[in-house]
Structures are given as structure tokens and as C-alpha cells.
Design a protein around this ligand. Structure first.
Ligand SMILES: Cc1ncc(COP(=O)(O)O)c(C=O)c1O
Length: 418
């Protein structure tokens, strides 16, 4: 019997219910994944108890010799993984990584040019309700209305007019590669700093199936829990000359004590990502996304930009009689979990939307491949074409459950004894 089930059956039951949900549903949310039992074990380790404000060998507390080892291990591995000169693994999340990166190179009121939120950008790239939009003077670039790809010529023009101090790229819902050489040239043309937020594609970059921003960007921020398949968290990579300002922006400017259990778990995840099997995993994520995309299109659905280069795609319902929200709910009722998303130039509200974002990192972790992707895309299309057909709903739900039973979660055993 686990400690939690013994001392707090109510809390344990929540873990069990969530465990069952994750295991019987198929996660198609592009930003989620299933981390390994080893990563989970590190997040639940005694390192959670340790205060370690500061950096390795320069802490404000005693007793830090082993957590120093944890942080040094994470730093060495992440630098090797991405070929970075400097790393900081303390940001608690992706939003914190971005906050610290901005603080390192900007002062409030400075100009920043970033990707439009409605075109795939992230809240921390200048959202009006977010700290970023309140502290800095943001302008946004977007995608071309016909191709749904970033219009680099328009972006160059905008940079020349707006003259930002920082150019930000990276997105939450952009299915195509970024042209890093062009972005660097645009930043250079106005003497701006260039930051790439690789939160979504970090695992693909680590696995060699997505170009790396490292040779081009001054700063690269990331989450660790999406394609990178680590614990929930953030990180910042940069050129060596920015090391001091990045580190002091994370601590003491933005955070207090680092989450040492999360940092150990990041080290474990980076270690996993350094293995050849992670390359194979990344290749399969992309192959699965390509298959899913091709099948949805064959069945008559439109995808933004006509497909995908990475792990995600966005279905475009602007010409269809269904909203993103309705699609999300219809799919969830059969155990396919995805999320509604605004599409560029959307005419529906953010609570309804005309898009649905789908991603393959989590299902690929479970071992699903092209054959399962074809199956899933058929279920998606069948369900969306008859969202009120209850017998069909029941049938599809049982098909999804049967498939998940063949692909158990790798971390299931660990979760069960949490
Ligand atoms: C591009 C991008 N940056 C930053 C974040 C923020 O990460 P977190 O939710 O860990 O704060 C996300 C998360 O969705 C993201 O997609």
C-alpha cells in the first residue's frame, strides 16, 4: 500500500482517477506528454525539501552539496543536448523562463516584436493581460493570409519601422519550421537581440528532426514538459556573454528558492533525450503527425498551412458548420482529448474559435505509430461529421478504450504507487 493511499485516501483517489483518465483517453493536446517513471520518481524525491537559493557552490543555505550535484548534472546535460554555451535550469515554468529572458535584456517600456497570439504566438509574447504586454511595448507579426506561413518580408518591413530592441520567435500553434537565418538577419538589420522560444519544439530539436535555433539566437527559452518529455518546468539557454544577466534575472530578480526536485527530474529527462532512442522517438512524433495530417486532409478537412513540419497541426473549421469548442467537446466524449484554438483571421470568439489543435507527442510516447494515427484520424472525422449521433459516440468511445488498452502508459506503474 502506498503512503498516500494509507494517509490520505481522498487525495490518492484523485491520483487514481487522473491516472485512469490518462490511460483510457488518447492525449492529442500538442503541449502534453507522458514523462517516464524515472522522471516522476525524481519529481517525488526528497530533493523537494531542500532550500538552495543561489547557484551551485554559491548558495545562501548550508547542506547544498547534493543538490549542487543535481543542478550541475542538469546543466551539463542540457548544454550537451543543445550545444549551448550557457544554461539556466531554474525557471519554474516556460512563462518564468520568458519573464527572466526579457528582464535580462530589456527595461520596462522597451520595444519587442513577437508573433501574433492569434496566429500561433504565446500569451507571454506580449498578451495584453500578461506581464509581458503590461511591462513592455509589444508589436506583432503574423502569417500570410493565404499560406498561413510567417510572412518574413512583412516582418522585415515591420522591424525596420518599429525598431524593436528584441525580436521574439517561437509559437504554441505554428505547424511549420522557422527560418532562423532570416530571423537572425532581420534582428541584425535593426540591431535587435533575437530570442527563440522553443517550448513546443525543444524535443524535436534535441532529437534532430527540427532545425536548431542555437547557432542563430542570442537567447533560447523552453519548457521541459512538452516534446522534451521531462517534468513541468522551464529553462534558458544563451550565449556566454549573457550568462550573468540571465542568471541574475532568474534569481534574485524573479524567483526565490529553485525547485531542486524538478531540477533533478530535468537532469533525468535530458539524460533520456541524449539517448539514441529519443532520436527514434522524435522521428516517430513527426511521422505520426504527417500521417494524421494527411488522413484528415484526405477526409476533407482543411489544415492551416496545408499540413505540418513538426508535431502539431491546426484543423481550420472556418468553412465548416462546427466550432473549435464543439469539436473539442465531441472528441472528448469519445476519449480523444485536444484543444480548441483560434486560427489566424478567425471570425469566431476565443471561447468558440474556428480551430482545433492536435499533436502527436503523447500518443507516440505510448508506442502508437502510423497505423494508429490513421485509425485516430478516421475516428476524429467520423465523430465530427455526426456530433449528435449517440450510438456512434458509444461505439467510438469503446474503440478508443480498446486501442488504449493495447498501448499502456510507460509511467503507469510508477503513478499507481505515488
Ligand atoms: C511557446 C510557449 N512558450 C511558453 C509557454 C509557457 O509555458 P508554461 O505553461 O510552462 O508557463 C508555452 C506553454 O504553453 C508555450 O507554448
Amino acid at each position: 500500500m502506498s503512503a498516500l493511499s494509507h494517509t490520505d485516501p481522498e487525495a490518492f483517489a484523485i491520483v487514481e482517477r487522473e491516472q485512469r483518465r490518462q490511460s483510457e483517453d488518447i492525449v492529442l493536446i500538442a503541449s502534453e506528454n507522458h514523462c517516464s517513471a524515472a522522471v516522476l520518481e525524481a519529481t517525488g524525491s526528497v530533493l523537494t525539501d531542500k532550500y538552495a537559493e543561489g547557484y551551485p557552490h554559491k548558495r545562501y543555505y548550508g547542506g547544498c552539496e547534493y543538490v549542487d550535484e543535481a543542478e550541475e548534472l542538469a546543466l551539463a546535460r542540457v548544454k550537451e543536448l543543445f550545444g549551448a554555451e550557457h544554461a539556466n535550469v531554474q525557471p519554474h515554468a516556460g512563462a518564468m523562463a520568458n519573464m527572466a529572458a526579457y528582464a535580462a535584456v530589456l527595461t520596462p517600456g522597451d520595444r519587442v516584436l513577437a508573433m501574433n497570439l492569434n496566429h500561433g504566438g504565446h500569451l507571454t509574447h506580449g498578451g495584453g493581460f500578461n506581464f509581458s504586454g503590461k511591462l513592455y511595448d509589444f508589436a506583432w507579426y503574423g502569417v500570410d493570409e493565404a499560406s498561413h506561413r510567417i510572412d518574413y518580408d512583412a516582418l522585415q518591413q515591420q522591424a525596420l519601422e518599429f525598431r524593436p530592441k528584441l525580436l521574439v520567435a517561437g509559437a504554441s500553434a505554428y505547424p511549420r519550421f522557422f527560418d532562423f537565418e532570416r530571423l537572425r538577419a532581420i534582428a541584425d538589420s535593426v540591431e535587435a537581440c533575437f530570442m527563440f522560444d522553443m517550448a513546443h519544439v525543444a524535443g524535436l530539436i534535441a532529437g534532430g528532426v527540427h532545425p536548431s535555433p542555437l547557432p542563430y539566437a542570442d537567447i533560447v527559452t523552453s519548457t521541459t514538459h512538452k516534446t522534451l518529455r521531462g517534468p513541468r518546468g522551464g529553462l534558458i539557454l544563451s550565449r556566454a556573454e549573457l550568462a550573468k544577466s540571465i542568471n541574475s534575472a532568474v534569481f534574485p530578480y524573479m524567483q526565490g528558492g529553485p525547485f531542486m526536485h524538478q531540477i533533478l527530474a530535468k537532469a533525468v529527462a535530458f539524460g533520456e533525450a541524449l539517448q539514441p532512442s529519443f532520436r527514434a522517438y522524435s522521428q516517430q512524433i513527426v511521422a505520426n503527425a504527417a500521417t494524421l495530417a494527411a488522413n484528415l486532409q484526405e477526409r476533407g478537412y482543411t489544415l492551416l498551412s496545408g499540413g505540418t513540419d513538426n508535431h502539431l497541426m491546426v484543423m481550420d473549421f472556418r468553412e465548416k458548420d462546427i466550432t473549435g469548442r464543439e469539436a473539442q467537446e465531441a472528441l472528448e466524449s469519445i476519449g480523444l482529448v485536444a484543444n480548441k484554438n483560434l486560427v489566424p483571421f478567425d471570425t469566431r470568439s476565443p471561447t468558440q474559435t474556428s480551430g482545433l489543435r492536435l499533436g502527436t507527442p503523447a500518443s507516440t510516447t505510448r508506442g502508437m505509430r502510423e497505423a494508429e494515427m490513421r485509425q485516430i484520424s478516421d475516428w476524429i472525422c467520423d465523430r465530427l461529421s455526426a456530433p449528435t449521433d449517440e450510438p456512434l459516440q458509444g461505439h467510438l468511445r469503446s474503440e478508443v478504450t480498446a486501442l488504449t488498452a493495447r498501448f499502456p502508459l510507460h509511467n503507469a506503474e510508477q503513478v499507481a504507487v505515488a
